[in-house]
Design a protein around this ligand. Sequence first.
Ligand SMILES: [Mn+2]
Length: 313
Amino acid sequence: MSKISINQLHMALSEANSILLTVHVHPDGDAIGSMLAFYEALLAQGKKVTMVVDDSIPEKFSFLSYVDCIKTVEQCQDLDPIDMLLVLDASTYERIGQVGALCSAPIFNIDHHISNTEFADGLYLKTDFAATGEIIADLCKKWNWPMTESMANALYMAIATDCGFFKFSNTTANTLEMAALCVAAGARPNQISETIEAVSAERLTLTKQVMQTIEFYKDSSVATIELNRDAMDILGDDTDGFVDIIRNVDTVDIAILLKAQNDSITRVSLRSKRTDVNAIASQFGGGGHVRASGCTINLPLPEAKMALIKVLP
Ligand SMILES: [Mn+2]
């Protein structure tokens, strides 16, 4: 049994008393927002829940309630018995880092990535949903689980950040309906946008330099932008937004953000308006969604760039 229905998910959750809740490494808005909201929802259902992430939590999410309750792997070495490891927004077992080694409980996975490897014992997968946060909002609605104001803010942020604030092609009527539920429950779209999209003067200065790396290929239907080691040291994991700079170019179909992890490993984010970039990323062992994917290439940045350009349609 891998894929499960909403009723099977409900049954599994009602039978589990102690739940270890986690998301993928390099946690983004969808991962963090989904986890914080579901944490609160599960507590309200009387569950004992521990949140753990095998990574640091970006500072920009600190405005959300319960961020302080997220534990590190080190803080979870002596856990009481766990009935369920619940993984949100992660498509592979490797994406949860060392969390998998913390318990041997059955793994349940709520996700929206088309590249999901079905690693879990029970997988609730909705690939037509823009965000895991959209799935969580939908579950709360269908199960009549109350949505508090703090849950609403977390879920609105989760949904909005995964669909480019309702601009990307994954935005559906249901996406907007779930976002509307969040706003009705007290989410503040303007405050969330201002908090998430705020930039420091240091970052904007760095952006000026990063803009110089922009290159165009294939009649300007492909654009690349690069973050070297120095830029990565300053930015950490906060590299969202750079790919949008080139994605917004009118002629660009495929936008490629190249990040130098070190001198021999390059992390790549791919965005597209038409082309299936999940298929491109999967050629390098990565994946994600049809219009937004990522991979890691074991080559220095300039060579990784050329290897990618070579396989583009
Ligand atoms: Mn997501």
